[in-house]
Design a protein around this ligand. Sequence first.
Ligand SMILES: [Zn+2]
Length: 156
Amino acid sequence: MEAIDTEIIAALTAIATSKSIPFCYGCYTRAVTGRCTTCGSDDLMRELPGIGVEYGCDWVIPDILNAALTAANTEDAFEQSIAGCYPETVQIGWLTYDTVSAIKELDPVSWSLAHSEWLDSEVSDGNLLSFDGGGTHYWRTDVEDFIEAEEPQPES
Ligand SMILES: [Zn+2]
């Protein structure tokens, strides 16, 4: 992983921490100070109000992003990228197709394979980010804008 991704994860973790509440599962109560006032435990879960309770912040990040951002439409983006590479139309007999439609019609398997490869390369270039193991992708710029808007400001 690149350094920038560590920074993004750290920033998102800080946002997830600020938007979730420490929660003592044993007493089933919030522990806003970071220590349960009932049992004294600091082995606390995080509660995301309206969503649930779980250990750690990793699970909070996808939930918060899912609520705040529109997932990248990788199919559309891939189409645009291919259309940019092959702007010409193709002639088949008396039919005229744009290249994207022709490939999708003639060889959908090849199209889908090329889409996966394109997706992998966008992810490894850091243009697309996923926080749920590849189920949902977000554009890096969207995530960075979200961080800028939501990042908890240090007390001055
Ligand atoms: Zn407790």
